[in-house]
Design a protein around this ligand. Structure first.
Ligand SMILES: [Zn+2]
Length: 114
């Protein structure tokens, strides 16, 4: 499953960072996921709960913040948030040539621990 490898990588990153900061137990991890990324928040939560066992993140709360998609039309430079994904054509001129400005992110914005 896609989400499992993503969470495994994020947990590893948090573990390294927590060690550097002298944090023995992580209590909360805040994740930012772009709406166009394709990772499902429920699957991320499940993967987090399963993979964090026995690590600094065991029992930590995972919060997932969804970022909306923003696109820029390459023809008329209109910037907009499409009503759904993968609906992408420009509402102003109908062009299908668009650039993704935001929406495919997936990263840990912050974590808390003690
Ligand atoms: Zn346009």
């Amino acid at each position: 499953m896609h989400e499992v490898s993503l969470i495994a990588g994020l947990l590893e990153m948090v573990a390294v960072s927590a060690k550097e900061q002298g944090i023995a137990r992580v209590t909360k991890v805040h994740l930012v996921v772009g709406a166009g990324h394709g990772a499902l928040p429920e699957a991320l939560s499940l993967a987090f709960a399963a993979l964090s066992q026995g690590t600094e993140c065991a029992g930590a709360e995972l919060t997932v913040e969804k970022l909306p998609i923003f696109l820029r039309c390459c023809a008329c430079h209109h910037e907009y948030s499409p009503p759904g994904w993968p609906y992408v054509s420009c509402p102003r001129c109908g062009s299908l040539t668009v650039q993704l400005l935001q929406g495919d992110e997936l990263y840990v914005e912050y974590y808390e621990g003690e």
